[in-house]
Write a protein that binds this ligand. Structure first.
Ligand SMILES: C[S@@+](CC[C@H](N)C(=O)[O-])C[C@H]1O[C@@H](n2cnc3c(N)ncnc32)[C@H](O)[C@@H]1O
Length: 325
């Protein structure tokens, strides 16, 4: 029990290493404590204690008086690399203060109230959120298009696609796929940022709001891909979204849902993810495979199947349902 109750110490050490710029500095090459302190403008005692903790956690190594990233951790901590997870870590760090209020959320059933971003310029937490989705999707999306049976000429809608990594990766892996990302206007700059890294890959961005839009524009589609969006809503809204998705595609078309699928026993990350929705949303939660399958059936889909974990041993899984031909 002690290790679970203190697990956040280790998480916070990693968060601090990214937030202070320490990991990004070491990604550029080994450095002494003094160099790091000067370059990052950190307190000597604070830095020494953090460095010691990171050595014990095996995130850093010390050789010849110079610190460097553990080579196994380096790909996840090197900005600019396709494997970088720094923004996912910053997003987790942003949420710590709200998770500290979890017991109160359990008492009230309400999310933590937080003030709207008031400062000038982009909201840093929103930036971390969208780039976190990007970091995670880059790891999850590779090689998925073939497994899902996507083919050239198909029209795919990535509903709530955010930075569009899935639509872009699918289109890169399946030339001739016609993909559209559908999301709120605030997501578009993050989509443009990601699209700019993939010249020659054509994906459209459609601004919209799946709460307000009566129908999904631009259809009919062959495939509607809903990745990690249902957990943000309660069952009634999920059902309405799936109904809209099912109405947006051709007979014979399919809905693909990627979610953290709760199983008991199951992946701990999927198991506790519902609490993240309790802290952060009005009605969201993580759903079981049966609940998701039931929603797909109510949307009039058939041949509903669970395709298994997106990545072997990972917390996310994929379900599919077909519209009768
Ligand atoms: C958890 S993210 C998932 C992003 C992406 N599908 C993925 O798997 O990486 C949820 C996405 O839903 C979008 N979203 C939330 N509310 C929306 C709404 N009312 N209409 C359209 N998109 C919405 C957010 O902007 C965000 O991009």
């Amino acid at each position: 029990m002690r290790s679970v109750s203190a697990a956040y110490w280790e998480a916070c050490a990693l968060h601090a290493a990214v937030r202070t710029g320490l990991t990004a500095a070491l990604a550029q090459g080994p450095a002494s404590g003094q160099e790091l302190r000067q370059r990052l403008n950190l307190d000597q005692r604070g830095l020494e204690i953090l460095l010691r903790a990171l050595l014990v956690l095996d995130l850093l190594r010390l050789e010849g008086g110079l610190y460097h990233l553990n080579p196994q951790a380096a790909p996840s901590l090197t900005p600019g690399q396709s494997t970088d997870m720094s923004h996912a870590i910053l997003h987790m760090a942003d949420m710590v203060k709200d998770w500290a209020e979890l017991a109160q959320c359990v008492r009230t059933g309400r999310p933590v109230e937080r003030p709207a971003h008031a400062g000038p310029g982009p909201n840093p937490e929103r930036q971390h959120f969208y780039r976190a989705m990007r970091d995670i999707a880059r790891q999850q999306s590779r090689g998925l298009a073939g497994r899902l049976g996507l083919q050239s000429g198909m029209r795919l809608l990535d509903m709530g696609g955010g930075p569009g990594v899935y639509a872009l990766t699918f289109s890169q892996e399946v030339p001739g796929l016609k993909a559209t990302v559908y999301d709120l206007p605030g997501a578009e700059p993050y989509f443009r940022e990601e699209a700019a890294l993939r010249p020659g890959v054509e994906v459209a961005f459609l601004q919209g709001d799946y709460h307000r839009d009566q129908a999904l524009a631009g259809g009919p589609y062959d495939v509607v891909w809903l990745s990690q969006i249902l957990h943000g809503e309660g069952p009634a809204i999920c059902q309405a979204m799936l109904d809209k998705a099912a109405a947006a595609f051709k007979p014979g078309g399919q809905v693909l849902v990627q979610e953290f699928v709760v199983q008991v026993p199951g992946h701990p990350c999927a198991g506790v993810f519902g609490l993240n929705m309790l802290v952060n949303t009005q009605d969201g939660q993580a759903y079981t495979q049966e609940e998701l399958m039931d929603m797909l059936a109510r949307a009039g889909l058939e041949r509903i199947e669970y395709l298994g974990a997106t990545k072997e041993g990972g917390p996310a899984g994929i379900l599919r349902g077909w519209r009768p031909a």
